[in-house]
Design a protein around this ligand. Structure first.
Ligand SMILES: Nc1ncnc2c1ncn2[C@@H]1O[C@H](COP(=O)(O)OP(=O)(O)OP(=O)(O)O)[C@@H](O)[C@H]1O
Ligand SMILES: [Mg+2]
Length: 439
């Protein structure tokens, strides 16, 4: 059998510190690529730095020596200081103190990880609303909405330009419901407390350690959802991970502290708002308004008049990512002329949006798919009663539950009519439901 090495607890700490310093996640593709380069430089052609090996490396499972060395080398850590030499050491959670110089360099830059917000348009009301909530003492702010609708940009804009003063520390952290919550907690704790010399081993204790920090000093943590397309990185199924994160967020909003967590997510966390009504606020982010949409199209050098501009923005429900992507198609293929693009009468779904919607559809249960099919075939807004009549095989309560989930996943649009609501699908969701579930 090929010789293997295992990461010690101390080693894990050193690796985590070095990784965070580079701004890499625990499943970073760049880390793997750098490790592959390292292997090539060593002339190794029979071993690979795959995602699953990277995970085993961090879990402390034995992996081939040369790959172990490549993961350490990629983050610039001497591998000899990270290996487990004695199984008895497994029970120890002691972590060595780092040199104070390296600790200083790990102290957070307030904008670390915050995306730039060049070419940001509109959102005056949303920015004002969020700013107000941040100044009040809410513990959890949820920004949820469709992929590409501008959740990340919105909170990034606040951080970059409004210079939020209430908090002593600010932390921008990416997360995914499909990646381990424990790893996220370790990342957060190590970023807040770079000179930590011991880390608890289980999730409950990690959460209480984090909570202590949130109580000690007013901290703003942005949890920015990233969607992973490469399924090889998944730690657990979406629904298991989602429930775990919901429970974590619920706990953060119930416990007493002066800090605030802002989460951007395509799926609204369940239960949280009902349980901790006074400490949680939710922003259901919709598309850009027509005026901001026009600014975006102008910024992309498109030619349009009031009517064609409005039609384009509405066709994409004001989704800025879609408008950005489709603008480049209009520039490249229609010489920037919006009228020519629209006269083809086609609704082009940009790849990244198509993937987002298809991923959401794939995860749905059969009754929810039936509801989407029904909405796509009716194509005009309908009431819950009308839906129930169209779907006699689904019980009333299931229809209501399905509507809630679909709405929380940003797949449904809601309109109010007199004293009740009507539901429909956005044009692009409609198109993709037809393509994926009907024909
Ligand atoms: N207010 C805005 N003005 C101009 N462009 C915007 C605005 N908001 C977002 N965009 C554009 O849309 C893109 C997607 O925005 P963002 O990353 O914030 O979406 P998101 O809702 O966080 O998506 P996801 O759910 O995939 O994370 C941005 O990269 C930017 O190009
Ligand atoms: Mg985002």
């Amino acid at each position: 059998m090929a010789p293997t090495l295992r990461l010690s607890d101390e080693g894990k700490y050193l690796i985590d510190q070095a990784r965070i310093k580079k701004g890499w996640t625990q499943t970073s593709l760049t880390w793997r690529k750098e490790a592959e380069k390292f292997l090539k430089q060593q002339g190794v052609i029979t071993s690979y730095a795959s995602g699953s090996t990277l995970k085993r490396f961090q879990n402390g499972t034995g992996i081939r020596t040369e790959v172990f060395q490549s993961f350490c080398g990629a983050v610039g850590v001497d591998w000899t200081t990270t290996i487990r030499t004695d199984d008895a050491s497994e029970s120890s959670s002691a972590i060595p103190k780092l040199e104070s110089q390296s600790l200083d360099s790990l102290r957070q830059n307030p904008f670390e990880g915050v995306p730039s917000v060049d070419g940001f348009y509109g959102r005056v009301n949303e920015l004002r609303q969020l700013q107000e909530w941040l100044e009040d003492s809410y513990r959890l702010l949820i920004i949820y909405g469709f992929g590409g609708i501008g959740k990340t940009q919105l909170i990034a804009k606040i951080l970059r330009e409004n210079n939020e003063q209430r908090f002593a520390r600010r932390l921008w952290q990416k997360f995914s419901y499909t990646l381990s919550l424990e790893n996220l907690l370790v990342d957060l704790i190590l970023r807040l407390l770079p000179d930590t010399n011991s880390l608890p081993k289980n999730q409950e204790e990690l959460i209480s350690k984090l909570l202590k920090e949130l109580q000690k000093e007013k901290t703003l943590i942005i949890l920015d959802e990233k969607n992973l397309d490469d399924e090889s990185h998944l730690d657990e199924s979406y629904s298991v991970g989602y429930k775990r994160y919901c429970a974590f967020l619920k706990q953060l909003s119930i416990e007493n502290h002066q800090s605030c967590i802002v989460i951007t997510t395509q799926r609204k966390p369940t239960d949280v708002t009902a349980v901790a009504r006074n400490s949680v606020k939710t922003l259901d982010l919709k598309g850009l308004d027509i005026e901001a949409g026009f600014q975006l199209l102008k910024g992309n050098n498109l030619r349009f008049d009031e009517q064609t501009g409005r039609e384009l923005v509405q066709r994409y429900s004001g989704n800025p990512l879609c408008l950005q992507l489709v603008s480049s198609t209009i520039r490249d293929i229609f010489h920037g002329n919006v009228r020519d693009f629209l006269s083809g009468n086609s609704l082009v779904a940009p790849d990244s949006i198509r993937e987002t919607i298809e991923r959401l559809i794939k995860r749905l249960s059969p009754d929810k798919k039936d509801i989407l099919r029904c909405l796509a075939s009716i194509s005009t807004p309908v009431s819950i009663d009308a839906l129930k009549q169209e779907l006699p095989h689904i019980s009333s309560s299931q229809v209501i539950e399905a509507i809630i989930t679909l709405q929380h996943s940003s797949l449904l649009e809601k309109e109010s009519e007199e004293d009740h609501f009507l539901f429909t699908l956005q044009p692009m969701v409609m198109k993709l439901v037809r393509q994926n579930l009907m024909y």
